[in-house]
Design a binder for this molecule. Structure first.
Ligand code: DGT
Ligand code: MG
Ligand code: MG
Ligand code: MG
Ligand code: MG
Length: 284
């Protein structure tokens, strides 16, 4: 095709490829969900249906993008993790972020009526999400990132559970409850919950205390199949960027076949990662 005189405008497009061999986390977050959760009367402090809908949308994203290794969600946010060996969209940041945000949002909106059949979406208050990509140079820092989100989940949930108990069960105003909790540490909040409301925080639902982890579960036979073994070898013998297109496609196929699971478990301790070695190795 002959170049038109307008072709030069291409020069204004800047590359935004992320660094090679780094972990990429795309974190999305609900826009104005404080207002949205009021508008659709989400239960306080946790609305199980809203969280299940977030998880359903995250599963859609994981299924749509086999390059994703794991995702972690809490409240109105989700972090999606690509392995250092990921070559999707030549690791272009905008492509990765916008694909995840739009796939997540489309799935969230489309599945809304399944989770909230009694609350039709209002065109003037549609759920939307923003997103960003951050790179982490090694597995330790990636795990610290995941731990940071899960600790945040715990701290916020303990606070919110205590706050809303004081308001909804204890008859305090929001301002009074906030004052009551000022300067308290975890053990104080546990004590308030137990002594005033008979709530043992340890018995609260795991989904609220730990958030949600979404990843691919492999059957053992599958995990150690000949294909996987040869891929593993190929991946070890060369930098990930040099995995052939065929090898990358095989990897995707294996990942597509795997079952995507949602669990509410500790991802801070080593145990979770040691039992699922394919997550950090990125093979398959
Ligand atoms: P942003 O992210 O800057 O656009 O603003 P927001 O309003 O989305 O704030 P953010 O993301 O810091 O906090 C999430 C809000 O979503 C927070 O106000 C509580 C609300 N939210 C999330 N999950 C639930 C839930 O299960 N129940 C209720 N009642 N509210 C929730
Ligand atoms: Mg935000
Ligand atoms: Mg938000
Ligand atoms: Mg948020
Ligand atoms: Mg196009």
């Amino acid at each position: 095709m002959a170049n038109s005189k307008y072709e030069y405008v291409r020069l204004f497009e800047q590359p935004d490829n992320l660094l090679p061999e780094t972990w990429i986390v795309v974190r999305i977050d609900g826009r104005g969900f404080h207002k949205l959760s009021d508008k659709y009367k989400f239960e306080k402090p946790n609305d199980r249906r809203a969280l299940d809908l977030m998880n359903a949308a995250a599963v859609s994203v994981m299924k749509d993008l086999p390059d994703l290794i794991i995702a972690y969600g809490v409240s109105d946010e989700y972090s999606f993790v690509f392995h250092p060996n990921c070559q999707l969209f030549e690791r272009r940041s905008a492509k990765l972020v916008t694909t995840i945000v739009s796939t997540f949002t489309a799935s969230y909106v489309c599945q809304w009526p399944i989770f909230f059949p009694d609350k039709p979406l209002d065109l003037s208050s549609l759920p939307t999400f923003d997103g960003r990509a951050v790179q982490y140079p090694n597995a330790k820092i990636l795990r610290d990132y995941m731990s940071w989100r899960q600790v945040d989940c715990h701290i916020n949930n303990l606070y919110n559970t205590t706050f809303w108990s004081l308001v909804l069960k204890g008859g305090m105003s929001n301002v009074e409850a906030e004052k009551e909790l000022q300067g308290t540490v975890s053990s104080d909040k546990n004590e308030i919950l137990f002594s005033r409301f008979g709530i043992n925080y340890n018995n609260e639902a795991e989904i609220y205390k730990k958030g949600s982890v979404v990843y691919r579960q492999y059957q053992l036979e599958d995990q150690f199949s000949a294909t996987t073994a040869s891929l593993t070898q190929a991946a070890e013998s060369q930098p990930s960027g040099e995995l052939s297109k065929t090898q990358q496609e095989k990897m995707r196929k294996l990942r597509r076949k795997a079952q995507v699971v949602v669990e509410h478990v500790d991802i801070i301790k080593d145990d979770f990662w040691q039992r699922r070695p394919w997550l950090l190795s990125g093979k398959p």
